[in-house]
Each structure stands twice: as C-alpha cells, then as structure tokens.
Design a protein around this ligand. Sequence first.
Ligand code: NAD
Length: 484
Amino acid sequence: MKIVQNYIDGRFASGKCEFADVNPSDGTVIAQVTEADASQVDEAVGAARCSLRGEWGRIGVRERAARLHRVADVIEKRFDCFVQAEVADTGKPISLASKLDVPRAATNFRVFADLVKMSGLESFQTETPDGTNALNYAVRKPLGVVGVITPWNLPLLLLTWKVAPALACGNAVVVKPSEETPATATLLAEAMQDAGIPNGVYNVVHGFGPGSAGEFLTQHPDVDAITFTGESRTGAAIMRAVAPTVKPVSFELGGKNAAIVFADCNFEEAVSGLSDAVFLNTGQVCLCAERVYVERQIFVAFVEALKQKAGSLHSGWPNDEQTNLGPLISAQHREKVLSYYQLAREEGATVVTGGGVPTFSDDRDHGFYVQPTIYTGLAESARCVKEEIFGPVCHIAPFDSEEEAVAMANDTKYGLAASIWTGNLKRGHRVAQQMNVGITWVNCWFLRDLRTPFGGAGLSGIGREGGIHSLNFYSELNNICIRL
Ligand code: NAD
C-alpha cells in the first residue's frame, strides 16, 4: 500500500499514526497517510524558521522568482503525475483536473514570481514642521513562517494560490492539506526539491483539524500568520486558536452564491453558464451558484432548459474523458448533501430533477455519487436556501423586478460571489455594484484574472488575496522615515 508521508526540512517522514486516503469514485483505499503529531508540526515550524536564516533569507527577489518559475516548470514536466494524483484523491473528471487544477497550479507560481519582481516601493516626501524635508519609504519584508491550511475541493490549485505568493514574498511555509486529498501537496514537495527550493522552506504536515495537525499549526507560537481556505465555522475556530498569539489571518470561506438571470439575457449563454456554475466539480466550488433567481417571463423555460442540461451530464469514471460529473468527496459529505436533499422535500420544495443517488451496477456504486438536483418552490427563509450545501444542486426562484432580485440575492450572511445575466450593460453595472460580495461576474462565471482581488464579505472570509493583495498579506511593510 502506498504511504503518503509528511515532508519536513527536505525529508519525507513517517509517524506513529496513519489514516486512509479513499478514492471517492469507488470507495477503495488508495494510500495510507502519515498523521503528523504535535512534535512533527513543531519540527516543521522549526525547520521553516531555520530556513529563513539560511540561503532562502539571503537570496534576492530575482533569484526567488526564478526558482518559483522552476517549480512551475517541474509541475508542467510532471503534469500527468499531478493530474492522476488529483483525480484519484478527489474523483474529479480528468478533463477538469487537466484543464483547470494542474495548469492553474503552475500559473500560480508564474504569476506571483513575475508580480513580486514588479512590485515597487511606496514613498513620500514629507514637509517637517521646521521646513526641512523627510523622505518616507516602505520596504517589504516576509512575515516569517506562514501556516497554510487548505480544503479538498481544488486541492493543488488552492494550495499553490497561497504557497506561491507566500514564497514569492520570501516566507517559509508549513502546509496542512485536507485529510481527504493529501497527495498533490506531497508531490509538490518533490517539485520543490527538483526546483532548488532550500530545505525547510516548504513543509507538509498531514492530519485533521481539531486535536491534530491543523490545530497544532494554528496554535503554534512560532507561526507568524495563517492563511486558510475552508468552511466558515472552521474559520471561526481558527480565529479563536490564533487569538492568544494575535496572528494575522487571511480567510477564504464558504458561500451561498446567487445568480440573477434577467429576461433580456442571451438565453443559451445563461443556461450554459449556469449549468457550469451549479454543477462544475459536482458543485464543490466555493463560487458555485446554489441560488438562481430568474425573471418571471422566462422562469418556466429556464427551469426546463437547466433541467435538460442536468440530464445531459455524464456521471462516469473520473478517468473517462467524457465524464463531466464526478462523485462527491467522501461518504460523510454525501450524507450531508443527501440530508439537504431530504430537507428540501420537508421544506416543501418541488423536485425538478434529481434528489437521489444514481445506480451504475459496477464499482461506482461503492463511490459517493449523487444526482444533479434542481429545486423550485422553497421559501426564501428555507434552510436549503440559506445554508451552503456544497453539492450539485440549486434552487431556482422567480422575480418580478430588479429591486426584488437584488434584495433576494443579498439576503444572506455569506458574501463570496454573484453572477448577473443580462443583455443590458447599464443594468449589468448597476446590479453588480449593489451585490454585497467579493466578486461579481456579468454574463460569465469563474473567469479569473489572478491579478484581481479575490475574497469574500460576511461569513465568506476576511481579507483579499490575488495580485498585490496577496503580496500585501504575505509581507510586512516597514516604513522608514529619513530626515533630509
Ligand atoms: P473544512 O473547513 O472542513 O477544512 C478545511 C481545512 O481545515 C482542512 O485541511 C481541515 O483539516 C482543516 N481544519 C478543520 N478544522 C480545523 C481546525 N479546528 N483547526 C485547523 N484546521 C482545521 O473545509 P472543507 O470541507 O475541506 O472545504 C469545503 C469548504 O471550503 C466549503 O465551505 C467551501 O465553500 C470552502 N471553500 C472556500 C473557498 C474560497 O475561496 N472562499 C474555496 C474553496 C473552498
């Protein structure tokens, strides 16, 4: 049986406990994963600290950037290996892993390697009370040791979204990938070695949250900052854990995202865009739309068209190029999603399509598949309209006016993303600016420019990452004032 180990100070390390890594498409155990205990997390943090005093702390920005490009080169060279590891861990379709997850991981390193070279100094000439001048300028310094905690839905993409800017700014990291998807973070360790990243700069500790590697990392007094992507309530727990040591946090959390479809939209484009927005990665993308509001004139036609799209999805084996709907990540997560399918019925929903588990008569029946599901008829106060489900499911409700649509879309404690579908550009701008979210798409979804700010309002997060916002989080500014 394959063993996925921790990676500490440039060496793979096993430990006392192991847990199973399960393939969600057929429920088989594909590896045993070494769980890091408190002493191994401590060792990883110590190695990271030590690396900052060594070569990594001395090399300049240009050399750091060059090595990050080399990490991207290695990811590209070992592309199939990364794709296969991601597919086996997540069950996601190979087409998705090879078009989105792995290419974006390499791009994350390239973008931040280039960006950090271009980030300039902030400076001001200041008049002093006695009429002479002073020069203020701010220098960027690394934060130090950054704890990186990531989820299972886009494992390598989200991990590198944080690791790349953290390293670009000169930090060292200890990463704690999701217990569900440990493989690609570990493969990345090999890429770091091949790319000449010094020992201790990138460390991986495996395990769970409470009472395990996640908590050991957040509570560690020598970790300078935590960057986290995951559920909002985990964010709350991490906030409590970091409070005594006042660590800065960057949180990318859950969502209950709305889409607003106006009658003047390009109907085909909206249906196709929303089909992606609801079902991509089996609905396990924080940006997925779980609430769809459609102008009444086209409501019936839209519901029917999205139902057709759901019916055309192919729940195949992940390695089949035709598959575009994989399983959910785990038996536990499937139970959660199915409990919402049941709750929706109890709350009075009309089931347009789905609502259950598909059968295959092969080993996929031991996997964690669910049917793509569409509901209508729920009250806006229903739990299924308020709570994040994180599956291939949406509720569609009609609206009669722009004002009503905006009010319903904003009636949530989350604030991650929204999409607006309209042929009226003025309306697109007007409505987009009223959305209480971190990112609003007009006539598109999940189109990302990595230089732009990314994050959420309310329960969806704290802070922004992307472009200069990432560099700001992963560095400390030291303002220097010189009397001239
Ligand atoms: P999760 O919060 O259960 O776990 C995320 C990570 O946190 C895992 O590595 C887990 O082991 C760790 N963890 C759990 N409890 C912890 C604790 N007390 N202390 C330290 N670490 C702890 O989330 P998940 O189920 O893996 O991912 C799904 C969630 O992530 C959804 O809510 C989704 O919306 C969110 N998400 C958000 C974004 C975003 O960019 N906003 C992106 C992807 C996923």
